[in-house]
Design a protein around this ligand. Structure first.
Ligand SMILES: Cc1cc2nc3c(=O)[nH]c(=O)nc-3n(C[C@H](O)[C@H](O)[C@H](O)COP(=O)(O)OP(=O)(O)OC[C@H]3O[C@@H](n4cnc5c(N)ncnc54)[C@H](O)[C@@H]3O)c2cc1C
Length: 401
């Protein structure tokens, strides 16, 4: 059996696993990242069309890690977010509130970057790091959590001895199951359709979240050359996806649907990509750490894609964990020690629960097709328009908590 010794083993090479790797490499640690699928299997499994609205604290963190400048050629700035309520009968915008970056004293709220560009850029950078090893097409089958190290044995008969194992293997985490950590799951019976559109009007660096019933429809601007027209990525949440399956088969039908569903806010829309479908859920692991193991990102928490909170919350996990590990290294302590694990749990748990509950209630409010829910949405948006201090509290919560 081939044996590897490392400081940290990270399972999963999604955005969270790769950012965590870069962050620990920068601290001078040896990192092995293990990915279950090889690139060919991954492309077949999901050609991810998603883009991520990276909010400013995430951008700052990526800058500190020294790789945001590599992303700028793919990054579209977002100067404001407009939340609207659509009239069910007329398909026109009946209330809206615009959250401007400059209301928080900032130039932008953040940048929208396609997920595949974030992943490819990180992989390219990590490839050049001597302290990084990437093993793909393999996964952990047995874990032994000892007091001094954690030993993982993989399907391909490798043995990895580490001080700390970080599980970033996503919402269906096998690591979480292997160490007997439970999860709580809420299924909204809702799906998100993800695709890209070209639209008639300039997006002017604005994002839109348009509420009707069944969930919001989100438009996030994409970077394109002027001569190619204006593009945005769409996340369309639908309650009865099965009933709407026809939409997926006919691009013309979906183009007309999305033009109306967005209240023609960006004019006529044309679907310009294939379509990904994601089930919508809230899911939380009951604990975030176990002996020499940390749960990170979607392994620890999954939430509906509202207000760009998912990955941005994961980056806060990474930032907090990096800072705890850095402090531990500085006092020559063991990076898998119990106190560090407990601190991480304490620092992140309350914040994650608060974030998940806020997104959950917002999503419930967005799904309801009752007139009362629509009135509450309208009232809420009008209220925010007139109450700058409440608006700022909400913006700060979405941005920093
Ligand atoms: C429609 C939609 C839109 C979104 N938009 C935004 C947004 O604008 N802003 C935002 O902040 N968030 C957004 N999110 C959330 C964000 O996309 C996710 O939080 C993020 O992609 C999850 O990254 P991850 O690395 O935690 O997990 P994943 O991307 O799932 O990565 C897990 C990795 O682990 C691998 N793996 C699986 N099992 C194993 C195993 N046993 N061993 C080793 N590897 C394994 C997988 O192959 C994968 O590579 C959105 C989500 C959705 C569904």
């Amino acid at each position: 059996m081939e044996t590897y010794n490392t400081d940290v083993l990270i399972c999963g090479s999604g955005i969270a696993g790769l950012v965590m790797s870069k962050s620990l490499i920068n601290l001078g640690l040896d990192v092995i990242c293990l990915e279950k699928y090889n690139p060919q299997q991954k492309i077949k499994k999901e050609d991810d069309l998603r883009s991520t609205a990276l909010l400013n604290p995430t951008v700052d963190f990526f800058n500190n890690l020294n790789f945001f400048k590599e992303l700028t050629k793919h990054a579209q700035p977002m100067n404001s977010l407009i939340i609207c309520n659509l009239n069910k009968k007329t398909n026109t915008i009946e209330a809206s509130c615009e959250f401007f970056a400059n209301e928080l004293g900032m130039k932008t709220l953040g940048y929208n970057v396609p997920n595949k560009d974030i992943i490819n850029t990180l992989k390219k950078i990590l490839k050049t790091e001597k302290k990084f090893k990437f093993l793909n097409g393999d996964y952990v089958k047995y874990i032994t959590q000892r007091s001094d190290v954690i030993i993982s044995k993989t399907q391909e008969k490798k043995q990895i001895i580490a001080k700390l194992l970080i599980a970033a293997d996503g919402r269906n985490s096998e690591i979480r199951d292997q160490i007997d950590i439970n999860k709580i799951k809420y299924d909204y019976n809702q799906s998100a359709l993800v695709f890209n559109i070209r639209h008639e009007y300039n997006h002017q660096c604005k994002s839109y979240e348009i509420y009707k019933s069944e969930g919001p429809c989100t438009l996030v601007p994409l970077k394109t050359k002027v001569e190619n027209g204006f593009y945005s990525s769409v996340v369309l949440m639908l309650k009865n996806y099965e009933k709407n399956k026809e939409l997926l088969k006919n691009q013309q039908l979906l183009s007309n649907f999305i033009t109306n569903r967005t209240g023609k806010i960006l004019g006529h829309c044309i679907v310009k990509s294939s379509i990904n479908v994601f089930p919508i859920m809230s899911q939380a692991s009951t604990v975030l750490a176990s002996k020499r193991v940390i749960l990170l990102a979607e392994t620890a928490h999954v939430m509906p894609p509202i207000g760009a909170q998912g990955l941005n919350t994961s980056i806060l996990d990474i930032r907090e964990l990096t800072s705890l590990i850095e402090k531990t290294i500085n006092i020559n302590n063991d990076i898998g020690n119990n106190q560090l694990l407990r601190e991480y749990e304490k620092l992140r748990k309350k914040q994650i629960i608060l974030k998940m509950l806020s997104v959950h209630f917002l999503n419930k409010l967005s799904i309801s097709n009752k007139k009362l829910a629509s009135d509450v949405r309208k009232f809420g948006l009008n209220f925010l328009n007139q109450n700058m201090s409440t608006k700022k509290i909400i913006m700060n919560f979405g941005m920093y908590q």
